[in-house]
Write a protein that binds this ligand. Sequence first.
Ligand code: 5GP
Ligand code: ZN
Length: 112
Amino acid sequence: MNDCIFCKIVAGEIPAKKLYEDDDVVAFWDIAPQAPVHFLVIPKKHIAGPSSVTEEDEKLIGKLIRIAGDLARENGVEDCYRVIFNNGAKAGQVVFHIHLHILGGKDKPWPI
Ligand code: 5GP
Ligand code: ZN
């Protein structure tokens, strides 16, 4: 997608502090962290959000969760992290390229 900021990160057109990259997935630190550890895991494929996931994407979306767990472990928060997908502007989605938030490193910092 031409105007998608996360596609531009995937393409290397704008910089990001990457934690991980393979053929399918990129993980990078959130530019405005909401927790001591806050990174995003995204597929390289442009999918607008959770409600746009199709059967074809099931394995890819599962991989985001698996990579998130590996990176949480590597960053010392394996016993305290949340994973969040926002779907839709009313739910707080700002970037319409699906991304998994990983927030960790605080003791129960979240309302739900
Ligand atoms: P959303 O609200 O769409 O679920 O989350 C988007 C997230 O992307 C926000 O936490 C925001 O701080 C992060 N973000 C937006 N633009 C950039 C960027 O250019 N680089 C990085 N690293 N994070 C970004
Ligand atoms: Zn995109």
